[in-house]
Write a protein that binds this ligand. Structure first.
Ligand code: GDP
Length: 306
């Protein structure tokens, strides 16, 4: 909780002080206050669609109750935002880096464009699972960037888990196959597979991800159990665009939103979760190995308000 508060400091400070300014000298939530609240949400990168939805719900409550004091605004905003972060946000996998016991090895395919923090997130995840006594295998499926393979190997060494990699420009689905195979052979609990994030060729992206899936299914038919899309939370609208592209290319089942420590625009988590109806499973709040957290919606919403 402390790291979360710290990680979201910029968003919190900005959101909270702006909200305070929106109601200064006002005792009731009127149209003027709502306009200000709308601005605050937009400037936190909640996104227009989700912002409009939140404002409309508050308007409905004001209309129904005839009156809303500005002292109630925090509580009501909190309720409305939590309502948008649906319960599925806790996902079928229990909090705190648990893995489902009946899916072994649990196969996570990680997608996202370069630079969003994909490799770092895989390294941090490996570290968390490893720390909990789980056997982890990593697959260096981003075979288009030498740096990505090297970096993943570094993480593997650092955490102490095997990394399956082939040469540069080799077929990523072969890496995925070998990684899942290795995980089965060594009775690993989880295998995390990196993929190349090149968005400029959409058809290729779709074909490539489909092929990786198909090939790993030769080893474990229900793989991947999770397709984790990594988005950089500090890139605002770009994160929305990437989510649109990747959900078109493959069935994304969970989100990891990184770099929330470096931005005042943590509202992107709310907007993306609402618009894509995909649970946010992890948030990145720093560069250190422990700076990845499982997402808890009440904790997250609370950290915005105090
Ligand atoms: P990739 O190209 O998507 O694999 O991105 P990398 O994992 O190489 O990360 C790109 C940069 O973002 C690196 O300098 C990371 O240390 C940094 N990074 C990743 N996650 C976070 C985060 O949650 N917070 C901060 N501040 N930096 C991060």
């Amino acid at each position: 909780k402390e790291t979360l508060d710290k990680g979201l400091e910029k968003t919190k400070d900005s959101f909270f002080s702006k909200l305070g300014r929106a109601v200064v000298g006002k005792s009731t939530v009127d149209e003027e206050v709502l306009d200000e609240v709308e601005n605050v949400l937009i400037s936190s990168d909640v996104g227009v669609e989700t912002t409009v939805k939140i404002i409309r719900r508050i308007e409905e409550r004001v209309a129904r109750d005839k009156y809303m004091g500005t002292d109630e605004l925090d509580r009501i905003l909190r309720e409305e935002i939590a309502g948008l972060l649906s319960d599925s946000n806790t996902s079928d996998v229990a909090d705190d880096f648990e893995l489902p016991a009946n899916k072994k090895p649990y196969v996570i395919m990680v997608v996202g464009v370069n630079g969003v923090g994909k490799t770092t997130t895989i390294g941090k995840l490996a570290a968390q699972f490893h720390k909990r006594g789980k056997k982890v295998v990593l697959g260096a499926g981003d075979t288009f960037r030498a740096a990505a393979v090297d970096q993943l190997k570094l993480w593997g060494d650092r955490v102490g888990v095997p990394v399956i990699s082939h040469g540069m420009n080799t077929d990523p689905s072969a890496v995925a196959f070998d990684a899942v195979k290795k995980a089965v052979d060594m009775e690993a609990d989880v295998v995390i597979i990196d993929t190349a994030g090149r968005l400029h060729t959409k058809v290729n992206l779709m074909n490539e991800l489909t092929k990786i899936k198909r090939v790993m299914q030769k080893v474990t038919p229900e793989a991947p159990h999770e397709v984790l899309l990594v988005l950089d939370g500090s890139t605002g609208q770009n994160a929305f665009i990437q989510a649109t592209e990747f959900t078109k290319a493959t069935e994304v089942s969970a989100l990891a939103i990184t770099k929330l420590d470096g931005t005042a625009k943590g509202g992107v988590v709310i907007g993306i979760s609402d618009q894509f109806k995909i649970p946010v499973k992890y948030i990145g709040v720093g560069e250190r190995i422990d700076d990845l957290q499982t997402f808890n919606k009440m904790e997250f919403v609370d950290s915005f308000f105090k």
